[in-house]
Design a protein around this ligand. Structure first.
Ligand code: MN
Length: 155
């Protein structure tokens, strides 16, 4: 935490320009593994041992996308910036500010930003959670059997 905010109330982190918060680091989306994604940053807004969940802010740059993945844990997502599309299970949807997206356990999901603006979203998640799985070639083929999903994955 910087000296500049030493005297601020300890339970307040002010928002700064550009979807940043005092004392919150902006990190690369995933620093381990080789999961396919493009132009995504992550900021952990709330994470503490006496809270079962974590709240993160992800931002996908224009034309970027998160990893196509699934896992046992659930996501609660609130779009707060820009526009884009998401795949959740068999549904491809246009998304924009303040839309809520629920991602149930073991459901394939991916977020893509519009070509001309970033897509920013809050993501609520269990603090203790399983690692994401990527689709096998067979699972990808099954997903691509839907023309709508194939168009999403290629778009
Ligand atoms: Mn996920």
């Amino acid at each position: 935490m910087s000296d500049a905010i030493k005297n601020e109330a300890p339970n307040l982190r002010r928002h700064e320009d550009g979807f940043a918060w005092q004392g919150v680091q902006r990190l690369a989306y995933k620093q381990d593994g080789d999961a396919p994604f493009h132009d995504v940053s992550r900021q952990t807004l709330f994470s503490r041992p006496d809270l079962a969940g974590e709240l993160r802010y992800f931002e996908v740059g224009p034309g970027g996308h998160t990893t196509l993945e699934r896992h046992g844990h659930v996501h609660g997502v609130v779009i707060v910036r820009g526009r884009g599309r998401c795949l959740v299970g068999s549904d491809v949807s246009e998304i924009g500010p303040l839309d809520l997206v629920t991602i149930p356990g073991w459901t394939w999901h991916q977020f893509k930003a519009a070509p001309d603006e970033p897509l920013g979203f809050l993501c609520l998640v269990d603090a203790t959670r399983d690692r994401p799985a990527l689709p096998t070639p067979e699972e990808l083929a099954t997903l691509r059997a839907s023309p709508e999903i194939a168009a999403f994955l290629d778009g």
